[in-house]
Ligand binder design. Structure first.
Ligand SMILES: Nc1ncnc2c1ncn2[C@@H]1O[C@H](COP(=O)(O)OP(=O)(O)OP(=O)(O)O)[C@@H](O)[C@H]1O
Ligand SMILES: [Mg+2]
Length: 256
């Protein structure tokens, strides 16, 4: 075990039980993410990316191999782990502020403390003015910011995000990617982000783990140390890496 590691995944395999037998979803996956680092996980649809996040958040308990979070075996409801689901997971009948409060309720945070944290995180993501709206009264980007605010309210040290920006238009997506970088810069949360987008993986992942098609296996781990540097998107390095990653993904059959 290494002291500076937030995530250590060793020989992880997951299968889903089906009437006709077990369907493998992940096979012998190993990689690690240092504390305070960012990692992007990219691979074709159905290769097991969401499955991996379920394991890391403790929701999925049936797996083979070893998964350590901060040096301890992964456990359900680790207080400092926050998960943002693929569809934001907002409850339509609750106002923005009440959606943000959800995780705090579950964790039994006192009411005064809840109020204070909700104000702080909604201000941080620029949604304080919209706190009394319902999700249906928000744009896609605002809904996603609500999801991010809800995760931040837990004051996590590990943030797991499942394709958080995929359904947004290009400008909103870039804006929120920037917001995520700002949050990461100021708090140094460890971030693991699942994405379909090559550009997003390179813009946000200090480490990029490339998975093969179903069942997902690690085919490459790319180091990308310039993440967060000003103007990275406009550099030659960024563009070279983009085409290298595109080649790798084409080899595993994902043209997206
Ligand atoms: N509850 C389940 N029962 C059986 N098979 C499942 C179940 N959930 C997922 N699978 C299968 O496991 C594989 C991995 O699914 P997963 O949702 O992790 O993929 P993914 O990489 O997140 O895909 P996408 O990019 O489309 O979100 C898929 O082939 C899927 O069909
Ligand atoms: Mg998924």
């Amino acid at each position: 075990m290494h002291d500076n590691m937030m995530l250590e995944i060793e020989g992880l395999s997951v299968g889903y039980r089906q009437p006709k037998g077990e369907v493998p979803a992940l096979r012998d996956v190993s990689f690690s993410v240092p504390r305070g680092g960012t990692c992007a996980l990219i691979g074709p649809s159905g290769c097991g990316k969401s499955t991996l996040l379920y394991v890391l958040s403790g929701l999925l308990k049936q797996f083979g191999g070893q998964v350590m979070v901060e040096g301890a075996p992964v456990a359900p409801l680790r207080r400092q782990t926050a998960l943002i689901l693929q569809d934001y997971g907002l409850l339509p009948w609750k106002k923005v502020s009440d959606n943000v409060a959800l995780g705090l309720e579950i964790r039994g945070v006192a009411k005064d403390e809840q109020t204070e944290r909700i104000r702080r995180v909604l201000t941080e993501v620029g949604l304080w003015e919209m706190r009394d709206r319902f999700p249906s009264q928000l744009s896609g980007g605002q809904r996603q910011r609500t999801g991010i605010a809800r995760a931040l309210a837990l004051e996590p040290d590990l943030l797991l995000m499942d394709e958080p920006f995929s359904s947004l238009d290009a400008l909103t997506r870039e804006h929120l990617q920037g917001l995520l970088l700002d949050i990461w810069n100021s708090k140094r949360i460890t971030v693991l982000l699942v994405t379909h987008s090559i550009e997003e993986a390179i813009f946000l992942g200090q480490k990029i783990v490339v998975l093969s098609g179903h069942p997902g296996q690690v085919i490459d781990v790319v180091e990308n140390p310039r993440v967060g540097q000003k103007g990275y998107r406009k550099t030659t390095e960024y563009h070279i890496l983009t085409s290298q990653l595109r080649d790798k993904l084409e080899q595993v059959g994902d043209g997206s």
